[in-house]
Design a protein around this ligand. Structure first.
Ligand SMILES: [Zn+2]
Length: 96
């Protein structure tokens, strides 16, 4: 068993911030209420869409809603804070 100080050190190292390299057209929402809304995507091998729950944060593009797990899997989101240094920007592409 680890001492308590070690556990709190580990928790402080986790960065929960997420980034969207190409955010144009996307919106982030907080689901309020129990009206049934489903994620637009499925996990590989699953034959059902994810129910977005009351209090869950999700992304929307037009009529498409995506849970954060699917958005991460599809590369829409990243936890890489320096992603902007690695992905070509729309502005850069226009200059070519
Ligand atoms: Zn999903």
């Amino acid at each position: 068993m680890k001492p308590l100080e070690s556990d709190s050190d580990e928790k402080q190292q986790i960065d929960y911030r997420l980034y969207m390299p190409y955010p144009e057209g996307w919106k982030a929402h907080l689901k309020i209420g129990w009206e049934k809304q489903y994620c637009y995507s499925k996990n590989p091998g699953e034959d059902y869409f994810h129910l977005i729950l009351n209090g869950e944060i999700y992304l929307e593009f037009g009529h498409e809603m995506h849970c954060l797990s699917c958005a991460m899997r599809q590369g829409l989101l990243t936890d890489d804070r320096l992603n902007w240094q690695k992905t070509p920007r729309k502005d850069d592409r226009n200059r070519l």
